[in-house]
Design a protein around this ligand. Sequence first.
Ligand code: UDP
Ligand code: MG
Length: 314
Amino acid sequence: MKKISILIPAYNEEESLPHLKKRLIELMDKIKNYEFEVLFINDGSKDKTVEIIRDYRKEDSRFNYVNFSRNFGKEIAMIAGLDYAKGDAVIFMDADLQDPPELIPELIKYWEEGYDDVYARRSSRKGETFMKKFTSKMYYRVLQSLTRVPIQKDTGDFRLLDRRCVNALKKLRESQRCSKSMFSWIGYNKKEVMYERDPRIAGTTKWNYKKLIDLAIDGITAFTTSPLRISTYIAIPTFLLLFIYAIYVIIKCITFNVAVQAFQAIILLILFFSGIQIMLFGIIGEYLGRIFNETKNRPLYFVDDYNGEKEQNN
Ligand code: UDP
Ligand code: MG
């Protein structure tokens, strides 16, 4: 019998978990021809999340958990999930039931037809603010315009991945992760499934705008070095302009025999060029920071215990 792992990163989700458990058990009991494993990754929750998950494990051995030593963030929780998953396929899901488990049979159906990456595309995003919808739309646009690898629109992390994709993703060990672009980057046979994204069942979102902006910048810089090329694109016309302006000033001074009204021009030029320089330094700093983080070559996370067994980290 084929095994399917359902991976669920959870950070302070005590209020959502009972609903989630109920829906998952209903689903797993209904689908008889697969063996299921639910793998929670407790991402350093400060509430009762880990206690609740431990209870689930005691009641039902299909529930497994990885308990992080602290909060590492959802992206890291996802790679840990891949590391610990035992299934022939894995399914990523949020703990807040925004991704309906009832869609899973359809994901499995396409997997059986031979697709390696069956991803769920949202047709609506209930309970999200206009700003959040707008910014995420713009983000997709920017990301896509920067790269040749097709990025799936309106797609989160809710998807089924074949073991081949799991093994491929496990080889990408960079520390500032952007799963969305990694799913695209590894390639393989992809299939889209539409669904209605529900509002969060309980609790509050764990995201804020700072986290989202960080994710967006990570996503772009992790994926492409084309922002570095902006410097070239800006520098060429800038020097052209400078050249033309210099010739103009020289000719004017010689032919009319006048002094240049220098101070205004100088102030403007200083502002202009220092603006450009600051921006370019920002971009360089961005990549320098990435190099710094990757060269440290640290493990991505530490696990306190897996299903109650303490990890020795050796
Ligand atoms: N999450 C996590 N670590 C974090 C933040 C979030 O594991 O530091 C999990 C969270 O428990 C949930 C999923 O990531 O299962 C998505 O988070 P959330 O629903 O808060 O984000 P949103 O749906 O609002 O984008
Ligand atoms: Mg959510």
